[in-house]
Ligand binder design. Structure first.
Ligand code: AP5
Ligand code: MG
Length: 213
């Protein structure tokens, strides 16, 4: 099964993607995670990506299209299926993805669109904490780690500062609508109410994926 998960920054794409991957065994392809790994390793691509990400802007399409195409071309994709998270994020990326999938003989089964009230997103992003060892995402209030946890075991993302979040939201709101329209024309968009508890959102997504299987 080949899926996309879409939604504004903080909508819960990564949180739900982790659960989908665990239950359905598809391969998670997050362009944000790939860029952050390249930034941590200080590769040329990572340095380039950082100059955009730190400002809340999008990394240029040709770079992003290239890394996604490379990942989708690997052997495990056909066997397990994929879940793209954070890509496509411009209409040109959506067209590039169409071409890549066609060239690889793959097709999209569904687009899970997590719809949230934008007013709640600054709070979600400013409270997000990520485990340094496991990479697992939590929230200080909405989804705290179990028990008495040590804050030093967690970090906050550089681009979760309020001023950068505002820019990320503006950019993503402006770019997102044509992409959704593109997939609505293909009749494969499923809207999910993201203004619910994490487990409720997941149970809605589970039902949708069961139907797609
Ligand atoms: P990326 O990493 O994709 O960031 P994003 O789209 O801004 O989304 P986030 O990862 O911030 O949010 P999320 O929806 O995954 O939410 P999460 O589950 O963590 O991209 C980062 C940057 O990389 C971009 O700005 C861009 O520069 C670059 N980039 C990436 N892809 C690109 C592309 N295709 N083209 C060009 N540039 C690209 O949840 C957020 C918080 O809320 C967490 O604390 C979580 O615990 C909490 N939470 C989750 N669900 C709920 C809920 N239902 N109720 C309450 N709290 C919740
Ligand atoms: Mg994410």
């Amino acid at each position: 099964m080949n899926l996309l998960i879409m939604g504004l920054p903080g909508a819960g794409k990564g949180t739900q993607a982790a659960k989908i991957v665990e239950e359905f065994g598809v391969i998670h392809i997050s362009t944000g995670d790939m860029f952050r790994a390249a930034m941590a390793n200080q590769t040329e691509m990572g340095k380039l990506a950082k100059s955009y990400i730190d400002k809340g802007d999008l990394v240029p399409d040709e770079v992003t299209n290239g890394i996604v195409k490379e990942r989708l071309s690997q052997d495990d994709i056909k066997a397990k299926g994929f879940l793209l998270d954070g890509y496509p994020r411009t209409i040109d990326q959506a067209h590039a993805l169409d071409a890549t999938l066609e060239a690889l003989g793959l097709k999209l089964d569904g687009v899970i669109n997590i719809v949230v009230d934008p007013a709640s997103l600054v709070e979600r992003l400013s409270g997000r904490i990520i485990n340094k060892k496991t990479g697992e995402t939590f929230h200080k209030v909405f989804n705290p780690p179990a028990g008495d946890y040590d804050e030093n075991d967690y970090y906050q993302r550089e681009d979760d500062k309020p001023e950068t979040v505002k820019r990320r939201l503006d950019v993503n709101i402006a770019q997102g609508q044509p992409i959704i329209d593109h997939y609505r024309e293909a009749g494969i968009v499923i809207d999910i109410n993201g203004n619910q508890e994490i487990e409720t959102v997941f149970s809605d997504i589970e039902k949708v994926i069961e139907k797609l299987k």
